[in-house]
Design a protein around this ligand. Sequence first.
Ligand SMILES: Nc1nc2c(ncn2[C@H]2C[C@H](O)[C@@H](COP(=O)(O)OP(=O)(O)OP(=O)(O)O)O2)c(=O)[nH]1
Length: 197
Amino acid sequence: MGLVLASGSRIRAQLLENAGLTIEVDPSDVDERAVEAPLLKAEFPPEDLASVLAEAKAENVSARRSGDLVIGADQILAFEGQRRTKPDDMEAARRQLLEFSGKTHELHSAVVLSKNGEAIWRRVSTARLTMRTLSPAFVGHYLANAGDAVLSSVGAYQLEGLGVQLFEKIEGDYFTILGLPLLPLLEQLRELQVIEK
Ligand SMILES: Nc1nc2c(ncn2[C@H]2C[C@H](O)[C@@H](COP(=O)(O)OP(=O)(O)OP(=O)(O)O)O2)c(=O)[nH]1
């Protein structure tokens, strides 16, 4: 049985590899917009939306990889009751950061384990992040220094990098913010005897 990460997220693969896991990366081809469209209309809570999307990705890949254990993940950013997706470009990232300045947003990260097309375990973890009051000049310098890597993160920051300078307060699990509730996932992999207890 192989351990497969059904995600194109570089940071998720890195977190698992840094934890000592041998994984194969096999991103899903789920159309996330199509999956979420009906749910968004139904005012679906963001933590449930993250779980549904993570499950869709894990099941999509595990259905075509018989016997493998597949990890699917998804992260939803919620700000003032609205769901936000990754900024399309640096101008959108700038606007979003100025909007978030001095305020709190939430990151809901879901992880699902799936086997032979069926979800066998799921967990969602939430973190709350409060940004400092940011001047337009600071945001400009931050984006110039952080570069377009910020576009691969739903919040337009990498907390483990320059992004940490944006924040006044963080409540919740560090790995949840990076996009993967790693500690409960490792605990479940021990339960399943995939890794040593
Ligand atoms: N390196 C880093 N990445 C972050 C941070 N915050 C969020 N992210 C990334 C993790 C995920 O790759 C991305 C959240 O977007 P998604 O959950 O849609 O995943 P993504 O589209 O990247 O890959 P996937 O849908 O799983 O193939 O944002 C952070 O602080 N540091």
